[in-house]
Design a protein around this ligand. Structure first.
Ligand SMILES: NC(=O)c1ccc[n+]([C@@H]2O[C@H](COP(=O)([O-])OP(=O)(O)OC[C@H]3O[C@@H](n4cnc5c(N)ncnc54)[C@H](OP(=O)(O)O)[C@@H]3O)[C@@H](O)[C@H]2O)c1
Length: 250
């Protein structure tokens, strides 16, 4: 039986599909209420993953913030916060990044086997470095998390390079997409999803399972596998045929 973790992708993007601006300072996409919702989702996962660029640019702590949620995790026998996970090919990660220094939780860094020893020397005891062949694939990474690290639920928070790989490889169970009420419009800014082939197309539509307004943003939840049991969209009966019919009417 597969022990591949249940994968939730979570990100916030502008109306025109950007995860961030191109200025040095990170653009806040979401609002406080949504950050709190994300904190709740974090608290229900065994591991949280971001790409190395996000570690470098945002310097995220990747911890559960709310004291009640931390206490709930402890009382159910979990660590206070989920395991932190990242992936790098260059090995350009500072051991002083908050990812490595904040919070008493295990950290995993996946990298091609070639650079494993060098990265281990750089990070010392601040992380477990895992070499995964000539090129790290998200499938191999999930297998390692499930089989060797006892991770049953993985939350992937970005950025776009990482999100794209999970989506294009059809490894996502649930997508939680927040739309911020503005445009970015900068060609150099990171997008949530890069060009390429995706399993969901106009003729194979993803299932919209739920929508929720949270202040000035909207949360869209897509069920991308049969393992996702979010409640069905009450009005969501549109099919590819309906869409084709409505585009003909325009
Ligand atoms: N709005 C949101 O919800 C949200 C969430 C997260 C991040 N962000 C934003 O997204 C931006 C970063 O996104 P991004 O697409 O540029 O980068 P990213 O996905 O965070 O990280 C990409 C990096 O991860 C490593 N990587 C990815 N796949 C790999 C693989 N298969 N094997 C080995 N290494 C791999 C590489 O690191 P090396 O370069 O070290 O080789 C690559 O350059 C930032 O601006 C951040 O603020 C926004």
């Amino acid at each position: 039986m597969s022990v591949r973790p249940y994968v939730t992708l979570s990100c916030a993007m502008s109306i025109d599909g950007y995860l961030d601006g191109s200025a040095p300072r990170r653009l806040a996409m979401s609002n406080e209420a949504d950050f709190d919702r994300v904190d709740e989702v974090r608290s229900r996962n065994d591991a949280i993953m971001v790409g190395a660029s996000t570690v470098r640019r945002d310097n995220p702590r990747l911890l559960v913030r709310d004291a009640g949620r931390r206490a709930r995790r402890l009382s159910s026998g979990c660590a206070v916060s989920p395991v932190k996970v990242t992936v790098t090919a260059s090995g350009e990660l500072s051991p002083d990044a908050a990812f490595f220094t904040v919070g008493d939780v295990p950290r995993l860094v996946y990298t091609p086997s070639e650079g494993e020893r060098r990265l281990r020397a750089r990070l010392g005891d601040r992380a477990t470095v895992v070499g995964l062949g000539t090129q790290v694939t998200m499938a191999a990474l999930l297998d390692d998390l499930g089989e060797r690290r006892a991770v049953r639920r993985l939350m992937v928070e970005g950025g776009g390079t990482v999100l794209t790989q999970f989506l294009q490889a059809d490894l996502v169970d649930e997508l939680q997409l927040v739309i911020a009420p503005f445009f970015v419009g900068e060609p150099g800014a990171p997008r949530a999803a890069a060009a390429g082939r995706y399993p969901w197309t106009a003729s194979r539509r993803a299932r919209l399972a739920d929508t929720q307004q949270i202040g000035d943003v909207v949360l869209l939840r897509y069920a991308l596998s049969d393992r996702c049991d979010v409640r069905p969209d009450p009005g969501g009966t549109a099919t590819a045929d309906d869409a084709a019919a409505s585009s003909e009417r325009l």
